[in-house]
Structure formats: C-alpha cells, structure tokens
Design a protein around this ligand. Structure first.
Ligand code: GDP
Length: 558
C-alpha cells in the first residue's frame, strides 16, 4: 500500500495523514511519500492500535463487493474476467466444475469478490433501467495500446450516472505499443484522474494474457471496497436482484438472484414484478445445493412462476396468497400502463411537474461531429434555468444507439440527436423503455423547444371534471366501427367528442374519445341521465358488460 492509498482509506488528505502521524508520535524517517509499502502498512497498524475503539452498535455486517467490467469492445473485458477466474477460481476449486449462473466468486486474501459475468455497460445499465443497483465497483478496462475510445467514454458516463466508483484497469501492458501514461492523460481529460497523479481513481496496469498485475488488481478492488464500507443487514428484509434467467426444459423457470439484503432460505415465498413462487431449491455457482444464501451470494433459484428479467427485484412475502395478489397487481399495472398512460419523461411532462425543488433534465446528446457536440453541450448548459437544471449525462458522436437509450431509461432522461440517425430497432427499444428521442437538424430548434417547455411552466393548468357516468349493459361488435357499448346513463350526460375512461371494478381499462353516440339508430350529440344509448370509444374494443364509463372534460384552472 502506498501512502496515498492509506490516506484515501482513512478518508483524509496525505497532508492531514502526515499531521496525524506526527501528532500521535509515530516516528518516521524522511517524508511520508518516500516510504515503502511495508513501512506504510506499519504506520497503518500503529494508527489502528492508537485509535480508541468505540463499541459498534450497527447491526450491519460488511458485504462482499460486486464488480462489473466495462470498457470499449476488444479492450479485454472478457479476457480479464477469465484470467481472474482462472488463476483464482481454479486454485481453490481443484477439480471442481463451476457453473455459469451469471456471476462468479473469487477468493483473494481470504476475501470474496463477486464478478458479474456479462461485461459491458449495456448490460450494466439495462439492469439499472429495471430498477436495481447491482454493481458496487465498475472496472473500466482500457487497452494500453489503444487508449480511450468512444465506448470507454460511454462506460465512464454510465458508471457516473449510476454513481458507482470506477477502478481503472489498463490492460494489454504486455504489448510493445502499450502506453499507460498516455491512457492516464486521456482519462484525466475526461475527469477520471488517477491516484498517482493526485486524483481519486485507483488505476492498475494488468495483462490478461501474461497474468501480470492481477494480484495487485484484486488487492485494489478490495481496497476500494473497504473504502466504500459496504454493509447490509443480514437479518433485514430480503432483497434479491435477478442477474440471469433461463427456461430449463426439465426444471422450468430458473432465476439467478444476487442477495442484496437479508437472507434467502428454502421454502421462502418470493414475489418480484409479476413473478412469484416458493423457493424449492437453490444452487450456488459451484452447483452445490444450499439451504440458505446470505449477502452478496448469487444463487440459482427453482420454483418461481416465470423467468425474471435482469434487474428485477424480488422480495419475501408471508404466504402464497399475498404473493399471488402482488404478482397479479403488478401484471395489471403493466397492462394499465400499456393501455392507458405511459409514464415517460418528455420535455413537456418534465416542465409540467409542480414540485418546487429544482428539477433536472438528464439529457443524452448525440451529434455528427465533435464541433457540434461541444457547441450543443454549451447551448444546453446555458439553457438550464433556476427551476430546471440541465444535466448532460452523456455526449457522443454517431448514431443514437442502444446504450444511449438504456442510459436515458435508467437515468429518467431524454435523448437529443443533432444530425444523428437512429435505427428502427433502436426506435422500438426507445418506445419499449418509454424514452423520448428527439432528432434535430437545426440547433436553434433545440433551443426553441427547450425554451418553450420552460415557458410551459407558467402555462395554465387543467383539471379533470367528470360530466357524466354510464353503465355498460351489453356490447355489439360492428364491422369497421369496433365495439358499441349499449349503456345506461346513471349520472350527468354523455357527450359525443368528449373524453371517456372505462373502468372495470377499480381498474382503469383504457381511455379515449367518444367517437360515436347513438339513440335508436340515430346519431346524437348528447344523451342525458336515465336514458340508454350506444357508445363507441375510439380505440377501445375491450369493453364488456358491467364496465363503467366516466365521461370527463379538462377545464382550465385559473
Ligand atoms: P472484450 O471485447 O473487451 O471482452 O475483449 P476480449 O476479452 O474479447 O479481448 C479482445 C482481444 O484482445 C482478444 O483477442 C484477446 O486475446 C486480446 N487480449 C485481451 N487481453 C489481452 C492482454 O492483456 N494482452 C494481449 N496481448 N492481448 C489481450
């Protein structure tokens, strides 16, 4: 350990550390910076011995770190993960057959580190987009011969947006063309400054091929983890995140869960999103059957009703009835969202939010050239107002890609493209993830749109007023028009052209405009209370007998 690492561990500057050392009376020959690792360790031991130990009341126990590899394609993420696993895993599991369950464990200096098997920031952010924060440390792999590349920058932005600390691994140092200093300089320009240069980020040099630097790399991960003081309550409410899911022909749905809080035991009843079930069996990554799984353990779980998506969060509930009820509720919520209102951050909705605190619009920008990227970045930064700040989560050159959309989804932001294309596939993904993508060819239009949205803050607000209610007594399907609901007006009136919402029990089935209203085969413009009529609501053909129709107007609130 170097002196700056000790200072970081103790959360103080090197100067304060030097002051402390002299205050406590630890004798040091020469300046602190020139001490060897062994001497620094001795100082640490003395400092620890001198520190009065206050009894700890915390229930939390320290949790082992979960690590994900990010970085540009071909920079060696997979190789590095393999190299770490091979040297460390094989050593311990002589002859053991390990299974791929989405995460693997490595023991180093008697401590456990969990590595997520899928490298890359897309997988990392996709999990976050589904609600989970899985990774404690992001390892940014940069090839020493290639240096910082576009996906390196993306990876940094993804880690930052997730507020996950970065450890830099400069890989391929066995190659002649490798130049670590150049990489460090490039990173410094992006705001990632290495510790040796007085910065915050641990930076190590490694080779996945020769194995050089791997021990130091793992040591540094443990050091970073120690500084993070990861801890959860093993007796607290269970929370497990889906790392991987697969449908096994014989066993049925299999889900790998990483335990983030509490302890999972055989027989526990789980629910996560629309999936529920009792834990019938659990195996760890070595294929061993477990009766319980503690913090930071990943286990393949059998007994769930479906395969989860990475990032889904599972919790324990008391019994099957409760689990089924919650799963059903989640399913209905999903349907409701799809049918009715999609919750999406758009320029409009953002500025309509009423809360007084300053709102931040997270923006991902993609442009055709470096020049326009910088120009647009400046323009957007200047547009941030007192009420609405603008935060550029990521900026890059080229087409709007999958990773931009996932990042926008995970950070609740929007994507602005300036002369940047998007493929149909990615546009569909944006729709699925409820991400607004706006494309422009003129910079002033972007400014105009953002300003307009800001002005919308002072625009009048509307409130909904119910003007009538009707009860569906029968339905008829008419070719071309869709379903006509034969209804009885129970309150107020039904007005053609007004908005209507259909309810089944407490659930909202959908919304639309009343496109046709008839009484005895005749088109009418409105029908009053106590009368029967035939109603067609545009785009809503799922209406059934017994449903309720609420007719409403949106009125300006002065
Ligand atoms: P990924 O796309 O980031 O997962 O990169 P890979 O792990 O697939 O590695 C890309 C290529 O770089 C492969 O051909 C590896 O053999 C090679 N590679 C990875 N690490 C090293 C290294 O440390 N030294 C050398 N010389 N080659 C490496």
């Amino acid at each position: 350990m170097r002196v700056y690492q000790l200072a970081k561990k103790l959360k103080m500057s090197t100067k304060d550390l030097a002051d402390l050392v002299s205050k406590i009376g630890i004798e040091v020959k020469g300046p602190l910076g020139s001490l060897s690792s062994q001497e620094v360790r001795k100082i640490e031991q003395k400092l620890v011995a001198k520190r009065k130990r206050a009894p700890r009341k915390r229930k939390k126990v320290s949790r082992d770190p979960v690590v994900t590899f990010l970085g540009h394609v071909d920079h060696g993420k997979t190789s590095l993960l393999d190299a770490v696993r091979k040297t460390r895993v094989a050593e311990r599991e002589v002859g053991g057959i390990t299974q791929s369950i989405g995460a693997s464990e490595v023991m180093f200096q008697n401590k456990r580190i969990i590595f997520i098997d899928t490298p890359g920031h897309e997988a990392f952010t996709a999990m976050r987009a589904h609600g989970a924060r899985v990774t404690d440390i992001a390892v940014l792999v940069v090839a020493g011969d290639d240096g910082v590349m576009p996906q390196t920058i993306e990876a940094i932005d993804h880690a930052r947006a997730a507020k996950v600390p970065i450890v830099v691994a400069i890989n391929k140092i066995d190659l002649d063309g490798a130049d670590s200093d150049r990489v460090k300089q490039q990173l410094a320009k992006l705001g990632v400054s290495c510790e040796e240069w007085g910065g915050e980020t641990i930076c190590v040099e490694v080779s996945a091929v020769t194995g050089e630097g791997l021990d130091h790399f793992l040591e540094m991960i443990l050091l970073e983890a120690e500084m993070l003081e990861l801890g959860e309550n093993p007796e607290g409410d269970f929370q497990g995140v889906v790392i991987e899911g697969e449908m096994d022909r014989q066993k049925g749905p299999c889900c790998t869960l990483l335990v983030r809080e509490g302890t999972l035991r055989i027989g526990d009843m789980l629910v996560g999103d629309h999936i529920c079930g009792k834990v019938k069996a659990m195996t760890n990554w070595k294929g061993e059957r477990l009766k319980e799984a503690g913090l930071s353990t990943s286990v393949k779980v059998l007994g769930l009703s479906d395969v989860g998506r990475p990032g889904d969060i599972f919790r324990k509930v008391k019994d099957e009835k409760e689990a089924r009820r919650l799963a059903q509720q989640a399913l209905e919520e999903k349907r409701k969202k799809n049918l009715w209102k999609r919750e999406q951050v758009t320029l409009e909705t953002l500025y309509q939010e009423k809360e007084e605190e300053t709102k931040t619009l997270n923006v991902i920008i993609k442009t055709d050239t470096q020049g326009s990227l910088e120009a647009l970045g400046d323009v957007l930064k200047n547009l941030g107002s007192e009420n609405v700040g603008i935060n550029i989560t990521h900026g890059g050159i080229g087409e709007i890609n999958k990773s931009d959309i996932l990042l926008a989804s995970a950070s609740n932001g929007i994507v602005i493209g300036f002369n940047a294309e998007i493929t149909g596939e990615n546009r569909n993904l944006a729709k699925e993830e409820n991400v607004e993508v706006r494309q422009y060819r003129v910079i002033y239009e972007i400014m105009d749109d953002i300003k307009k949205a800001q002005e919308a803050l002072v625009e009048p607000k509307y409130e909904e007023v119910i003007i009538g209610k009707a009860e569906v007594r029968d339905t008829f399907r008419i070719p071309k028009s869709g379903v006509i609901a034969g209804s009885y007006v129970t309150e107020g009136k039904v007005v053609r052209g007004s908005k209507a919402r259909v309810l089944r029990g407490d659930e909202i089935l959908g919304e639309g405009t009343i496109s046709s209203l008839r009484r005895f085969e005749r088109d009418v413009s409105e029908v009053s209370v106590g009368l029967e009529c035939g109603v067609n609501i545009e785009g809503l053909n799922e209406i059934e007998k017994g449903d309720a129709i609420h007719i409403y107007e949106e009125r300006k609130v002065s």
